[in-house]
Ligand binder design. Structure first.
Ligand SMILES: Cc1ncc(COP(=O)(O)O)c(C=O)c1O
Length: 411
C-alpha cells in the first residue's frame, strides 16, 4: 500500500519517514528559500551616498547606467525603479494601447501581463514549451493577429527563450519585442547578452534577483530615440531630470513632453547596484556551479525532471525549478511543498499561471484547457533554493529532502 501525506502506511520496510509523516527533519534549522548576497562593500557604498546629500536620481544612477550598458554591450540603458516599470514604459514608448494585442507567456509573474492591461491593450497568452517552460514560438504563431503589436518573451528562470524564432516571427510582421529579463541578467543567447536582442529588454533588481538594488530595474535598447522617450516617461515626461536642473551652471527650466510616470531609480539604489554589478559574473558562476551540483544529485531520482536549457543559451539560473512526477506519487505538488517545509527546506512555486488569477479569469474568460502545457507544468513545478551564499551541505540537504519525500510517496 502507498503511504499518504498524513503518515499512514502499511509496512515499515519502505523508505525513511519524511518529517511530515513523523520522521526526523533533514535539517535542524530552516533553510531560507532565497537570500540576497550583501556585504560590507554595499553597505559602505550606500552609506557614502546617504552622507553625500544627493539621494534621488543623480551621478550614481548615471554611472550605474554607463557600467550596465558596457556590461550588456547595448547602446542604451535606462535605470528605473522596477522591471515592471521598464516593461510598462516600453509599451508606452511605442504607443501600444487600446485595441492592440500583446503576446506573452502565461508562466510568469503577473506584472508582465498587468502592464499590458494597464496601457489598455489585451494580453494574449501563448502556451509554453514542455522542455524549457519558455513561451512556445509555434504557439506565438497561432496567436498572432493583425492586432498584435508586441511580443513579451519571458526568460523563465534565467533560461533565454528561442529568440531566433521569436525575432523572425516579429521581424516578418513588424512586431516589437519587449523582453522580460527579470530573471536573466547576465544570460546569453547565441553568444550575445540578453539585453541586446529585442526592441527593449527589462531587467529586475528586486531583492531576490541575481543582482539587487532592493527594488529596481533597467531597460536596455539599441535605438536612442526609444531610450530617450523612456528616459522622459520614467520621470513625469519631463525633458530634464533634477540632477540636470540642480547641478552647477544648469538652468532650473524644464518642460513636460508627455504625461509620464514616476519610475526613476535613486542614487541609493544605484550605489547598491554598482557594487552588485561588479559581483554579478561571480554570482552567476556560483549559481551555475550549484545548479550543476543539484542536477547531478537529482538526475538519479526518476520522479524528478529538470527543465532543459534552450539551444544556444547560456543560463543564469535565477530559479532552480524541478517538475515532480505527480502521476507516480501519492502526493500532489502542494503536499510535496508542505513536506519540504517540514524538512526545514524553504521552497516556492513559480508561477501561478497568470490566466488562473481572478482578475484575468473574470475579465478575459481565459480557460485552463487552452494552456495544456502550462497546466501540466503548474501541477508539477517546485522551485528549490539556489543562491550564491548556499553551502555544499545546504545543497545536499535540499537533494536529500527531495529524494526522501519522493521515495516515501512513490506509487
Ligand atoms: C518574470 C518576472 N517578470 C517581471 C517581474 C517584476 O519585477 P519587478 O519586481 O522588478 O518589477 C518579476 C518579479 O519577480 C518576474 O519574476
Amino acid at each position: 500500500m502507498c503511504p499518504h501525506i498524513d503518515g499512514s502506511r502499511a509496512g515499515e520496510d519502505v523508505a525513511e519517514k519524511p518529517a511530515i509523516a513523523g520522521g526526523k527533519p533533514v535539517r535542524e534549522t530552516f533553510l531560507q528559500y532565497c537570500r540576497p548576497s550583501i556585504s560590507e562593500e554595499e553597505i559602505d557604498e550606500v552609506s557614502e551616498v546617504i552622507r553625500s546629500g544627493w539621494l534621488t536620481s543623480g551621478p550614481k544612477v548615471v554611472e550605474f547606467e554607463r557600467q550596465f550598458k558596457n556590461y550588456i554591450g547595448c547602446n542604451e540603458a535606462v535605470a528605473v525603479n522596477s522591471c515592471t516599470a521598464g516593461l510598462h514604459l516600453s509599451l508606452l514608448a511605442l504607443n501600444i494601447g487600446k485595441g492592440d494585442e500583446v503576446i506573452t507567456s502565461p508562466l510568469t509573474f503577473a506584472s508582465t501581463a498587468n502592464v499590458i492591461v494597464n496601457v489598455g491593450a489585451s494580453p494574449i497568452f501563448a502556451d509554453i514549451e514542455k522542455e524549457t517552460l519558455n513561451i512556445d514560438p509555434d504557439k506565438i504563431l497561432e496567436s498572432v493577429s493583425d492586432k498584435t503589436k508586441a511580443i513579451m518573451p519571458v526568460h523563465y528562470a534565467g533560461n533565454p527563450c528561442d529568440m531566433k524564432r521569436i525575432m523572425r516571427i516579429a521581424d516578418e510582421r513588424g512586431i516589437e519585442i519587449f523582453e522580460d529579463a527579470a530573471h536573466a541578467v547576465g544570460a546569453k543567447y547565441a553568444r550575445k547578452r540578453i539585453g541586446t536582442i529585442g526592441t527593449t529588454t527589462s531587467f529586475s533588481f528586486y531583492a531576490t534577483k541575481n543582482m539587487t538594488t532592493g527594488e529596481g530595474g533597467m531597460v536596455t535598447a539599441d535605438r536612442g530615440d526609444i531610450a530617450d522617450k523612456i528616459r522622459m516617461l520614467r520621470l513625469h515626461g519631463m525633458d530634464r531630470d533634477a540632477w540636470k536642473r540642480y547641478d552647477k551652471g544648469e538652468s532650473w527650466y524644464y518642460e513636460v513632453k508627455y504625461a509620464g510616470q514616476k519610475y526613476n531609480m535613486t542614487d541609493v539604489q544605484a550605489a547598491l547596484g554598482l557594487v552588485q554589478l561588479r559581483k554579478l559574473e561571480g554570482f552567476n558562476a556560483k549559481r551555475r556551479e550549484m545548479a550543476q551540483y543539484l542536477n547531478n544529485k537529482l538526475k538519479r531520482i526518476s520522479e524528478v525532471e529538470i527543465p532543459r536549457s534552450t539551444k544556444d543559451a547560456e543560463l543564469v539560473w535565477h530559479l532552480y525549478p524541478i517538475l515532480i512526477d505527480v502521476e507516480n506519487l501519492t502526493i500532489n505538488r502542494d503536499e510535496f511543498v508542505k513536506a519540504m517545509l517540514s524538512e526545514n527546506v524553504g521552497v516556492s512555486v513559480h508561477f501561478i499561471p497568470v490566466y488562473r488569477h481572478p482578475f484575468y479569469r473574470k475579465t478575459y474568460n481565459f480557460k485552463r484547457e487552452d494552456f495544456p502545457v502550462t497546466e501540466w507544468a503548474y501541477e508539477r513545478l517546485v522551485s528549490l533554493p539556489l543562491y550564491p551564499t548556499l553551502k555544499k551541505d545546504d545543497l545536499d540537504d535540499v537533494a536529500i529532502s527531495v529524494q526522501k519525500i519522493l521515495e516515501y510517496y512513490k506509487r
